[in-house]
Design a protein around this ligand. Structure first.
Ligand code: ATP
Length: 324
């Protein structure tokens, strides 16, 4: 391996810049060249490349988003698109790829590898923490802290007005953010995609909470919760059934994806970026680097894509008992 290409793809997440920096500097350390590829696979197809040296990643370890930009490329899903991308890589002398993204990005990388035998290494970058083979994805810890921060602020107003707040957080298929931020912020109930709490139990729990002397409550709801109603329908339902409650809704939205990465995410990005490059130099390909039991480990990309990252069910019990 003489020249590594690095790209960010799919949804951005805090820590992607720190990972780019780690890849670039590890390449420099080992005296190999590094090329930044802009806008994910779309930039690969368009030849949107830039040489990167250790000084081109100064002052980005603390920045959210991605300096390489991200994109969702429809063209890369076609054999013609991937052919163009391959030609551009060859022209630029790039002989290995580090893909920072989610499982869609890894799928693209794997297909590209199967067609052209191009070495690919994945770094999991998504706030959802929904990738198999790592206990933490880049940006997840930062997103948790952002959500907890927001809920703390919402709690101030909730308790001043004796209100019930429904806070919707990201997580279409995974409840990691809702569950952990919910516990961290002291939520009354947490609704996640993995478990159907049921409307009756929600009403029951809110009633009990009122009876026990709580004057305000926060319910954290993942976008993809299983209860079968969106957050506004749920507000109407609860108000219709428990008229004593005055419900407000807060949808946190994209702010959860932004912001300066936490120290944890910066360290994680540095460790994963270093391991990705050094694994390529050892001749490895088609793996994702991840963190398990505080060790950096490799998981075959195929497993990372197919496997499911489960929630820790013990946390459901923790949440239950904490809301007593
Ligand atoms: P996020 O978790 O934020 O959604 P992701 O990496 O899963 O991130 P996707 O939009 O699913 O995001 O995938 C990113 C890009 O990877 C796509 O825009 C496409 O270019 C490429 N890709 C995804 N699936 C495939 C596929 N089956 N074949 C070829 N390329 C793919």
């Amino acid at each position: 391996i003489k020249k590594v290409g690095v790209l960010t793809s799919g949804g951005d997440s805090p820590g992607m810049n720190a990972a780019i920096r780690a890849v670039v500097r590890t390449c420099a350390y080992h005296n190999i060249e590094c090329i930044g590829i802009y806008r994910g696979y779309q930039g690969m197809i368009e030849g949107d490349f830039k040489e990167m040296g250790p000084r081109s990643v100064n002052n980005i370890v603390n920045k959210g988003g991605t300096i390489l930009k991200s994109a969702r490329s429809v063209e890369f899903r076609t054999p013609e698109g991937r052919k163009k991308a391959h030609e551009n890589l060859l022209k630029a002398g790039i002989d290995a790829l580090v893909v920072i993204g989610g499982d869609g990005s890894f799928t693209g990388g794997l297909i590209f590898n199967s067609e052209y035998g191009f070495p690919v290494m994945g770094i999991p970058g998504t706030i959802d923490n929904d990738i198999y083979g790592t206990s933490f994805t880049l940006g997840y810890d930062t997103a948790l802290n952002t959500v907890v921060d927001c809920i703390d602020k919402i709690r101030d107003t909730a308790s001043s007005h004796n209100r019930l707040f429904f806070v919707e957080v990201m997580g279409r298929d995974a409840g990691h953010i809702a569950l952990n931020a919910g516990i961290g912020a002291g939520a009354e109930e947490i609704l996640i995609p993995e478990e159907d709490l049921g409307l009756d139990r929600l009403l029951d729990s809110l009633q009990k909470s009122k009876a026990s002397g709580k004057s305000s409550s926060i319910v954290v709801i993942a976008e993809g919760d299983k209860i079968g109603k969106n957050v506004f329908e749920l507000k109407d339902y609860v108000e219709a059934n428990l008229p004593e409650y005055d419900v407000r809704v807060s949808v946190l939205g994209h702010m959860q994806r932004g912001g300066s990465p936490s120290c944890f995410d910066r360290v994680l990005a540095s460790r994963l970026g270093m391991k990705a490059v050094e694994s390529l130099l050892e001749g490895k390909s088609n793996y994702m680097v991840g963190l398990k039991e505080d060790k950096v480990v490799l998981t075959p990309l195929e497993q990372a894509i197919k496997g499911k990252s489960e929630i820790d069910r013990e946390l459901l019990r923790v949440s239950d008992i904490m809301s007593t």
